[in-house]
Design a protein around this ligand. Sequence first.
Ligand code: TYD
Ligand code: MG
Length: 523
Amino acid sequence: MARTASLHFFCTACGNEEPRWFGRCASCGEWNTAAEAPAAAPAAARSKGATARARTGRARWAPPAAAGAPAVPRPLAEVETHAAQRVSSGLAEFDRVLGGGIMPGSLVLVGGDPGIGKSTLLLQLAAAVARSGGARPRRGRVLYVSGEESEEQVRLRAERLGAVPDQLFILAETDLERVLEAAAALEPEVVIADSIQTLAREDLEGGPGTVTQVRECGLALLHYAKGSGVAVFLVGHVTKEGSVAGPRVLEHMVDAVLYLEGERYQHYRVLRGAKNRFGSTHEIGVYEMLDHGLREVANPSEAFLSGSDPAHPGRGRRPEPGVAVVASLEGSRPLLVEVQALVATSFYGMPQRVTSGYDPRRLAVLLAVLERRAGLKLGRHDVFVTVTGGLKLDEPGTDLGIALAIASSALGRPVLEGTLALGEVSLSGELRRVSRVEARVREAVQLGFQRAGVPAIQADDARVPGMKGFEIVPLVTLREGLARLLGAKIAPAAGAAPAGRSEPGMGAAARPGREPAPSEESS
Ligand code: TYD
Ligand code: MG
């Protein structure tokens, strides 16, 4: 009986546990990922609560009950909360993504591709907390555990990031038991484990980074956080293949999951909440990677617009075909983002559709709607769509702007200067409402834009106070959007002018079957 209870299987992709072997994981749907979990280890039995875990095999945290005492339910209204104890990290953007500061006793996973800047961000966090300690009982003492870099390397990096505070402690260690001992002795306010994949328990089989090690170390740190009230941050590398133990097994266990995203060779980084037991998951923080670390970008819209006047990016923008501005709602904050599209004659049988920061399947839908509902035939053209600054757009309210950028490039007609395009495009070619239209329009007004194309049903909602001279263009369909928001065709370079096309742009849309010539097509 005891033998069967201690033997079970888990999915190496997601960490889901099953009492018996399985071919396909019931949780994540991956095939052939079952692996035998080791019998409960003796060290696990030493820590509190581990016996319950060994019995159920569940990676869940429950408060260690007094031995033998019966479980007694309490009125929920009488349970004390500690929300007021949130501690500011000293980094405003980070606090916002966390839901208003660091929660004592919380376990937070910060994931991201290797080299994206996780260590840099957390070292900055560590330094900021250590610096702002002040009146708190543990005075902002921070333990930074590095399993990847030596103490000297971390010190050199910390120097690059600014003055090194006294209350910041470093431990270059990969043995989890030793880390926990050191933490217990130091009594810090925050512990950072960089990274969870380098930590291991010696009594378990498998090296650091295996699912078993990642899970058991995560669990041990969870018990440490809950038991001591210390906030613990885990760094986790994301691997593309689920076969290597990524931090995905940890996601169920931790209180919050934040992802640091961005294109490695562009300097903007976005910190995004993917799970948060203490706040909204929609908040993002925008950072810029400089040579002295990550800088918080206070007004991110400016970062994602390449305007000629930094104070008023909506003004003085060079009208160029293929460029449109969308407003993506990221948490409580609307973000104006420039999208660029390039439509070019395809030289292969299979035209390419390449996107960066945008879902290629959504692009396919938009292209189909552009063809069927707006008469823009792009079946023999390559279409490239790029979102500036390495941001990822996944919000339907950006549809109109992306369709506009594509049509603009295809027709050689720039979008009218200072225009924001809002609207979800339905399969019928009609524009659907977007959430919080007034917040998005207000952002555009503030940044010096001149007009916003909005779904007609929302035209009244979109009129915000103080928008003198700002025009709301109510639009019923995508076709209407293209007709009213695209300017005149720009004359192509000398010698490349297509002959005999007096009627620019969407005239073609009114004549079915005739393909409007994209500007690049000059044959
Ligand atoms: P790092 O934080 O080590 O990434 P991760 O921990 O996610 O693997 O840093 C990644 C990159 O950031 C590295 O290639 C160098 C660059 N970087 C800067 O550009 N400026 C800086 O001040 C620092 C510390 C790093
Ligand atoms: Mg690192």
